[in-house]
Design a protein around this ligand. Structure first.
Ligand SMILES: C[S@@+](CC[C@H](N)C(=O)[O-])C[C@H]1O[C@@H](n2cnc3c(N)ncnc32)[C@H](O)[C@@H]1O
Length: 192
């Protein structure tokens, strides 16, 4: 069973979805895979992908995060650029870290990604915008995973509403594979 990343140091655990991800993404470990991540924090989800899925020469992770203090009075995150780089260091030749907002970077990428993970800003409009901007970057047949679509992580931040709006609107173009536990949604892109 594959759960948390084996390596790296994290101030808080953000990723325990390895088992579910492996179920859907294992086949990508057998070929060159391009992975896009919105919201990387200290690199835990990226590191899991690098250890388990992005194992073929030529596979790459593109990670977007402002790496600036984020949150509110109830839960403040302090994503560290240095900690992220330290945690993905063994795989640094496979990682492109784009420092800034998803709104900025998603408009500037043109690569066809096999897998996209949306785990950035958790206001509903941020989650919706990230899904919409990332959609053209995802290959047909590729997988998009959205996090924190269960109970809101922070007060007034309802990523679930943004993801549900996206699913309702883009429904004919995708197939939802898993919403198990209602914490993450895994979908497959069927058409542009
Ligand atoms: C829940 S954490 C990500 C956890 C990470 N996926 C992991 O498994 O370790 C959310 C991250 O989203 C980032 N974030 C917040 N607003 C963002 C935005 N507009 N664009 C990109 N990232 C953003 C935050 O800086 C934070 O690091």
């Amino acid at each position: 069973m594959l759960t948390v990343p084996l390596g790296g140091n994290y101030s808080t655990s953000m990723f325990d979805h390895g088992e579910a991800w492996w179920y859907y993404l294992a086949h990508y470990s057998r070929r060159i895979t391009h992975y896009l991540e919105v919201g990387s924090f200290e690199g835990q989800s990226a590191r899991w992908m690098l250890e388990n899925v992005l194992v073929r020469n030529g596979s790459k992770a593109t990670c977007i995060d402002p790496w600036e203090p984020y949150g509110d009075s109830k839960q403040e995150l302090n994503p560290s650029w240095d900690t992220f780089h330290s945690n993905v260091k063994p795989f640094s030749d496979r990682v492109t870290a784009l420092r800034g907002t998803s709104r900025h970077w998603l408009r500037r990428l043109d690569r066809d990604f096999d897998v996209v993970y949306i785990d950035g800003g958790h206001f509903q409009y941020e989650a919706l915008e990230d899904c919409v901007l990332a959609w053209p970057l995802l290959k047909v047949g590729g997988y998009m995973i959205m996090d924190d679509v269960g109970t809101p992580t922070y007060e007034e931040r309802h990523a679930r509403l943004g993801v549900e709006s996206f699913l309702a609107t883009y429904g004919p173009k995708l197939k939802v594979l898993s919403a198990s536990g209602a914490w993450q949604v895994v979908l497959k892109k069927l058409k542009e």
